[in-house]
Write a protein that binds this ligand. Sequence first.
Ligand code: TRP
Ligand code: ZN
Length: 898
Amino acid sequence: MLRTDTPVTVHRKDYTPPAFAFEHVDLVLELDPARTVVTNTLRFTRQAPGPLVLAGEELELVGVSLDGKPLADARQAADCLTLPELPAQGTLEIVTACQPAANTSLSGLYVSNGNFFTQCEAEGFRKITYYLDRPDVMSTFRVTLRAQRAAYPVLLSNGNLVSERELPDGRHEAVWEDPFKKPAYLFALVAGKLECIEERIVSASGKEKLLQVWVEPQDLPKTRHAMDSLIHSIRWDERRFGLELDLDRFMIVAVGDFNMGAMENKGLNIFNTKYVLANAQTATDADFGNIESVVGHEYFHNWTGNRVTCRDWFQLSLKEGLTVFRDQEFSADMMGSESGRAVKRIEDVRVLRQVQFPEDAGPMAHPVRPDSYEEINNFYTVTVYEKGAEVVRMYQTLLGRDGFRKGMDLYFQRHDGQAVTCDDFRAAMADANGRDLTRFGRWYSQAGTPVVAVRTAWDGADGSLTLTLSQSCPKVGIETHPGTPDKLPFHIPFALGLLDADGADLPLQLAGEHQPGATTRVLDFTEAEQSFRFINLPRGAEPPLPSLLRDFSAPVIVDAEYSEAQLTFLLAHDSDPFNRWEAGQRLTTRALLQLVADSQAGRELKLDPALVAALRTVLNDQQLSPAFREQALTLPAEAYLAERMGVADPAAIHRARQFMREALARALQADWLAAFEANATPGEYSPDAVSSGKRALRNLALGYLADSGDAAMQALAGAQYQSADNMTDRSAALSALVNTFAPGREAALADFYQRFEQDALVIDKWFALQGMQRGTVGPQGSHAGKHTIDTVRALMQHPAFNLRNPNRARSLIFSFCAANPAQFHAEDGSGYAFWAEQVLALDAINPQVASRLARVMDRWQKYALPLRDRMRAALEQVAAASDLSRDVREIVSKALAP
Ligand code: TRP
Ligand code: ZN
């Protein structure tokens, strides 16, 4: 690791093209866990005067030569190798060694469970050899892997296998060639004892392709779903975007130690096992869905990321925002119905609001295309990914599906084989459609979540409704520094409809238009304030009811003064399913925030019977899919409610939300029971959208029923735990038992552990469930009760716990610190002390994982006293530690910045 006390900030405005081009790279790796020797032979051409400065970290330099002669004037520093006097063209040979078994950062070349893997994005290649490790240096690669055959029978790299042979002393060799030019971050190799399932398919243009999914031998029976997801992804990209697989062979490899979800290395995607391995007994419906979406995501990168890549890392959203948008659309299409698409959209917006909106309001707020960073790994964020996907979605909303496709076609026509910018993408969209998207560019340069206020004026005599929209987005995070320019209005595609008194959609006609058009209209809202007058509406005293921002057409907060009656009406009638859900969320959020205030003031908590009635109607509406009803009856998360408060009070939020759950459990007990019974899924398990929707509603009902406190209802959870034939039902039942401290809880936890002891991903669930478990809320000591921190600390000592494995660390530590707000924010600061300890312990092993955990404290300034002071103290404690990684230092120093 490179540790430094003087942080270096990299600025987007400082970009300069590389001084050298590399035409071809030949790598020979003598794989050995203790010391791997790498011979890197590269053909270069000078493009600008000056030395060649190659990046390298933790490398032992064995030798450098130019055109066969040793180079005497090469200068090695901690993080680079400088070659001062190179000719215009030539061939360099650089020999280095690295230590894969000692590499716990999981970046570069490392060993996991005895096998070799690489992770090079963003800057891991420099831990393998000296290189111009930047995405705008693209070259063809030929890779020779040599290793002991007995320990490493399988040797894989990018592209096509060109030869294999035996070597003396039990070693063997494989040579791979990737015909496509690529940046170093897409390089990969895998070596070890692995096995695969394979399929041969014929692509749209008639070429045969070999598809493989590689795993450890015992995991082979869990690979079918990943393979099916890959085939579906290939077909979808052919159909929707006319994009074909360009290699003869495409491989996915699963590894148990991995920092992120998966990686799109050319032709050799490497995945966290969590996003590959599944069967009915061990994976939930959510796991099956995530595998489909991550397999899709990495496959789609082959065009959006690999064939066209990023000029520099500030452009990360060029590939990530676009590819997330593509995987979201893929998953939505795979749902197989309009209502299924809406459920997928709701899930995506939930994540955006719960995670991205807070990021965009805190100390790490940054535009989709950031202007500076200290450590690029800290900028693989929900803003770059999920808000970036919303930005891409807005092009499609503005240009239509066909217009968007024209833009994509032009983008590939212009930029195939290049490293480009977000502006290039926007220009392709604009030029292909003859549209001016200049103002739209502000979505890339300005941070923050815009708030759109809506006012209406109704003229009943001539049937016209004037809608006035105004937008605001104050400076946030880095934008508040002196000298930053003022913010300008965003180009917001604002979709809306108008409902008549019966709840039917009205045809929409704007003043100046000759006839009415569709019933959903996308307004081009581009100024600070703008009015739109709809005419020829049915005259009368009652104005039509607006349904605003249909399908969440832009990543903004809509500030509208709906009455409870209007929201209940929208919940019952809106033709836009997203907005039906949204109306329900607005109703429950409003009620919950009132309960929070009541709880803080010591008032008695009461639930409005009108809200109960509205939710009962939705729960029992057989016209709505079970999956949709489950979404509608899931209360807003505690983290979302915290964001909606001026000063967050996690204990009061938890009390309010728990009160509402228990009140709804009792008031609707018969309805929950009916939903529980009506949504059983007998027969063989299938993760399809309809079956998983039924299980979702059934298990939501089970959770509510258990929360009623009724012993007979808790017994239902016990029975389901025992009889379940799939992980979705079994883990939902276990979670209900764990959180209600019901009888049978300890026995079920013990049974679960024993049953799945051999399955790391399931044991992760066992830890996670306990990290998220409820406990007593209030000052420690003054109440007799359970505090989750005690359970978490005890589990840290469990023989199966291991800080070095990121999935395991996340399962216990992150689920407690990031997904259990009421317990983490215990008033005595015990959660914060634990956080500081774990950030420091992880930082010594794996800075990327440590800095993710560090971000849990981002919003410390939002919390009520004494929490806020205790959070700052914990941040200061971490900031004061010596030898912090650049990753963690950036996060804590930005959190503490005045
Ligand atoms: N490009 C990967 C993706 O989104 C992200 C990724 C995987 C990554 N592993 C990483 C990013 C390690 C940084 C570091 O598909
Ligand atoms: Zn990606």
